[in-house]
Design a protein around this ligand. Structure first.
Ligand SMILES: [Zn+2]
Length: 207
């Protein structure tokens, strides 16, 4: 048991077996970015791209607001189109905030309908257990993703005297928590050539 949670099917002796893809290594669609697009009075499309550490584009979607559905005036329908032509539709729900009368945007997972601050574009899949493949934009749970911190992966396991002495001298032996994989946001098509996107079209094949 780690942090009060157990994974009986996947855990044995504190080690993880089976597929494991952390959500921090998967393109994240944050609700804040969607809100920025929805709040743009120009009502133009946007291009979101996710680059790897080498600057290569690993994922890209064109995002268009389709406006509120007639039966759900507090929502917006968002269309996300990948470069292979596949299209996903997402509901963005306005969520009233009690304190200042404002609102937040939450994204509805198309699979389980739960409202989330972010959705993810890849899921575990492929030949190797740590590989991912594209999927519809889903919540972390439906996409089968884990946090890097789950299972104590960010904590060095040994707690012997040597490590305690190390911690006393240099501080904690906990490694840094990885950042989510946020997109670059461009208005489309105006910013796309400036961003050099024409020369580095995404492959839509997760590494
Ligand atoms: Zn879900």
């Amino acid at each position: 048991m780690v942090n009060g949670r157990t994974y009986p099917r996947y855990r044995c002796g504190g080690r993880f077996f089976g597929r494991r893809v952390n959500c921090e290594r998967v393109p994240m669609l944050p609700a804040k970015v969607v809100r920025r697009i929805l709040d743009d009075p120009r009502k133009i499309s946007y291009l979101l791209i996710w680059r790897n550490d080498d600057g290569e584009v690993q994922e890209a979607v064109r995002v268009i607001s389709l406006g509120p559905p007639p039966y759900l005036p507090t929502a917006d329908s968002i269309e996300l189109k990948r470069t292979d032509g596949s299209v996903s539709h997402i509901r963005a729900i306005k969520w009233s905030l009690p304190r200042n009368g404002g609102y937040a945007i939450l994204l509805a997972c198309p699979f389980c309908c739960s409202l989330r601050r972010a959705l993810y574009g890849w899921e575990p899949g492929g030949r190797y257990t740590s590989r991912a493949q594209t999927c519809g934009w889903l919540c972390r749970r439906c996409a089968g993703l884990r946090y890097a911190s789950e299972g104590g992966a960010l904590v060095l396991r040994s707690r012997g005297r040597w490590f305690l002495a190390l911690e006393m001298q240099y501080g904690t032996t906990r490694s840094d928590r990885p950042e989510p994989w946020y997109p670059y946001v461009f208005s489309f098509p105006a910013d796309a050539p400036e961003a050099g996107l024409c020369a580095c079209l995404p492959k839509n094949h997760p590494p």
